[in-house]
Design a protein around this ligand. Sequence first.
Ligand code: NDP
Length: 249
Amino acid sequence: MPAIDPKDLKILITGGARGIGAATAQLLAEQGASVLITDVLDDEGQDLARRLGAPARYRRLDVTSATDWHDAVHAAEEALGGLNALFNNAGILGFGTIDETEPDSFRRIMDINVTGCFLGMRACAPALRRARGGVIVNCSSTAGLQGYGGLSAYVTSKWALRGMNKAAALDLAPDNIRVLSLHPGPIRTPMTDVIPGDTAAAQPIARFGEPEEVARMVRFMLCEASYSTGSEFVVDGGAVTGQVLRLQA
Ligand code: NDP
């Protein structure tokens, strides 16, 4: 199968008003893709769409709402002339050990990070079928490949998403729909403002990543990875490879 030209992408991005979602929307729009940016941050989303110009639009979509999803898919098909890609990017972080985390907080993280992606795939699959196939990228994390202390609900949600990604890849393969999971390490976005800069010090690439570096991976997954489905794409500065011992001379 040939690579997909970004100009042929008609994509809905969740949580696209800022951070990784915004960087991806920008990269794809600059390369000619038709992009529906969605988020719950309306002012930031509208500003971004205005800045990017015609092929980009903004619409409010709370990923936990099945009604919002139904309406957004309908709007995307109308505005973009179809839908052949979904970036399930919206997510929230939450701190707390397994015994400190409040049940409501746990449920909220699962609702956005897991159920939100489920509702998205469920709502978009018929549109992708109408487009005779497409691609879904689900944003997990290195927290979906290993554990992190003090992030119990977040880690749980990102492992769940990795599993759901594989189930969906199998279910949607007969419809020519690829489903891939994305696993970023620490990336400098508003979400990680509270995380100290030296967190990445022992990584092989000893710095936080930039949202644009993740966006380029997402573009690769969408456009180039024609022989991949159900698989994990890691963009983490080597974080899950291990720690580098930087010995003093
Ligand atoms: P940001 O917080 O910068 O952006 C996420 C966006 O999603 C925000 O605009 C946020 O709005 C929005 N959002 C939150 N809840 C909902 C909802 N219910 N419906 C729709 N949108 C919502 O995060 P990042 O760009 O850093 O993260 C994007 C994805 O990447 C997330 O899934 C995250 O878990 C994942 N990730 C990020 C890493 C990082 O280091 N930054 C590392 C690994 C994975 P609001 O302000 O209201 O929350």
